[in-house]
Design a protein around this ligand. Structure first.
Ligand SMILES: C[S@@+](CC[C@H](N)C(=O)[O-])C[C@H]1O[C@@H](n2cnc3c(N)ncnc32)[C@H](O)[C@@H]1O
Length: 288
């Protein structure tokens, strides 16, 4: 079994310096893309919004008797500190705002999710002092899968997630809920053309690995400790051929049994864990 050795790590500094000269991206300081206003529901997602981006929370809606006392105390205290209005509403209204999801008695109305730029993700990696670890999603449609991938990416120390503008679910309240609030901490870039983005990442010194159930290169046989973007495919179609052509190598998670593939978010979590393990970032935090 051949373990692929990355030389891009050493090229990265050199290439990273060129990033400022490429000039292909949006001007720094230009207005960033925002999604429509949206609702975030459930105790943890609402608390994460208040902790991470209270300035984006317009209003909170609660239904008496449905919100646990302990959660209510923290939510009300943060809302008071940040000058956010809290409205008591009937349970039917809360249920409608949460679109039938499990809201636990609280919904936050947010000003709109602010997407990051690809540059921001690379800068986050640079600032962290660790090699870049990114997840690129090729057309994920299910908001629960998308949210779960954001959650795993954040937990495994990834510097961000890249999605395409077309044919992919954007960040919505359901995604935020499924991410357990990780969406507030993990930068998400929304790009027009995934293939071009992969080429930009290569220029920045990042290796591109496609998660591919048909690959016979098991995940542990490749070096995943250098700058890396993991490309995960859509629920039905997988990674499109045109996108696969821009990947440096493919990785498979060996499986037993009769099914042909794993769920996209499960695959992302397994691959991210292997990358974190190889980087030594999967250890329990000190003191835990
Ligand atoms: C449900 S699968 C798509 C299956 C698709 N019919 C195919 O054959 O590629 C969604 C994505 O999860 C990832 N995936 C699923 N199982 C995998 C495995 N065993 N090894 C590596 N990646 C896997 C791939 O990125 C895949 O595109």
């Amino acid at each position: 079994m051949v373990r692929q050795r990355s030389s891009r790590g050493s090229e990265r500094g050199e290439r990273g310096e060129q990033r400022g000269e490429r000039g292909g991206g949006r001007e720094r300081g230009a207005e960033r893309e925002r999604s429509e206003q949206r609702y975030v529901y459930g105790v943890n997602p609402v608390l994460e919004s208040l902790r991470a981006h209270a300035e984006r929370v317009e209003r909170l809606f609660v239904t008496e008797g449905q919100l646990a006392a302990k959660a209510a105390a923290e939510i009300f205290s943060r809302a008071r500190d940040c000058g956010i209005r809290v409205e008591r509403v009937p349970r039917e209204r809360l249920a409608a705002m949460a679109d039938g999801g499990v809201h636990q008695g609280v919904v936050a109305e947010l000003r709109g999710f602010e997407y990051a730029e690809l540059e921001d993700l690379l800068e986050a990696a640079e600032k962290s002092g660790r090699p870049a670890l990114l997840v690129v999603l090729d057309g994920i449609q299910d908001p629960h899968n998308f949210g779960a991938i954001i959650r795993s990416a954040h937990a495994m120390g990834a510097h961000g997630v890249v999605i395409a503008k077309d044919r992919a679910v954007p960040v919505t309240g359901v995604v935020a809920k499924a991410s357990a609030g990780a969406v507030e901490h993990c930068p998400i870039a929304r790009v027009v053309n995934l293939s071009r983005t992969l080429e930009e990442l290569k220029e920045a010194g990042v290796w591109i690995a496609a998660a591919d159930p048909h690959s016979n290169q098991p995940l542990w046989s490749a070096r995943l400790d250098g700058p890396l973007a993991l490309v995960v495919g859509a629920e039905g179609a997988g990674v499109r051929q045109g996108v696969l052509e821009h990947c440096d190598f493919r990785l498979g998670i060996p499986m037993l049994g009769q099914v042909g593939s794993l769920n996209a978010s499960v695959s992302a979590a397994i691959l991210l864990y292997e990358a974190a393990r190889q980087r030594g970032t999967s250890r329990p935090a000190a003191g835990s």
